[in-house]
Design a protein around this ligand. Sequence first.
Ligand code: B1M
Length: 206
Amino acid sequence: MSTFQEMAEAVISGNAKKVKEYAKQALAEGVSPQAIINDGLIAGMNVVGVRFKNNEVYVPEVLISARAMHAGMDVVKPLLSEAEVQDKGTIVVGTVKGDLHDIGKNLVRMMLEGAGYKVIDLGVDIAPDKFAQAVEEHRPQIVGLSALLTTTMVQMKNTIERLKDYPVKVMVGGAPVTQKFADEVGADAYASDAATAVEKAEQLMA
Ligand code: B1M
């Protein structure tokens, strides 16, 4: 059989076809979907996350690895019960109102998915009320806000204010966002990049 190591390597090198093959083969040999996700797919994405953080790989490589990971997820997901998929927690993400930038937010989403979270991606230009609606509907533990424009950063403050009565933690990020700003607007966490977003999510979930 292919080893988890081989599956992780295929994720790291972004070989979606191989990842799919390894996942199918492992299932046929009786390996559990959860083990394939944790020990093969997520293990590979974790390595990519560390390399991205250390500037050893860049955005295109991360996107290609994430696509490969998704190819594997597509094979095993139908076999997981809903409860298992949601096991690690739910995170709602979106780019704030007035802001259409989504490349960084998508990376954050993929890394969080790669780390095993269920992620609800609301998309771009999301008003505070829409975040609140999503919190009511999906009951996430964390809401992640992304902003790339100095003019839309204020929407982070508005959204945090709108969510203050919900039992949810808010993480913020995006090129113009800083820890100082995050503290000023009352965010529970700030992440400078997608790999750090995973680390902060783990801390907020603890
Ligand atoms: Co726009 N844009 N843009 N743009 N754009 C910037 C952001 C800008 C810095 C360019 C510049 O002038 N030098 C500038 C902002 C200036 C400012 O406010 N200080 C700018 C501007 C002005 C504009 C327009 C106003 C231009 C115009 O129309 N006159 C307009 C605004 C549209 C709008 O949003 N309403 C606009 C439009 C666009 C495009 C549509 C053309 C396109 C977006 C396409 C898309 O996203 N689908 C675009 C792009 C691509 C950029 C640049 C070139 C690249 C942004 C990017 O994707 N970076 C950008 C200049 C630059 O950064 N060099 C620029 C790569 C991405 C991986 O990084 O998003 O920072 P980033 O995400 C990182 C971290 O920030 C972090 O993790 C990610 C991965 O490490 N992160 C989080 C992000 N979100 C997070 C959330 C978290 C945690 C971490 O927790 C939840």
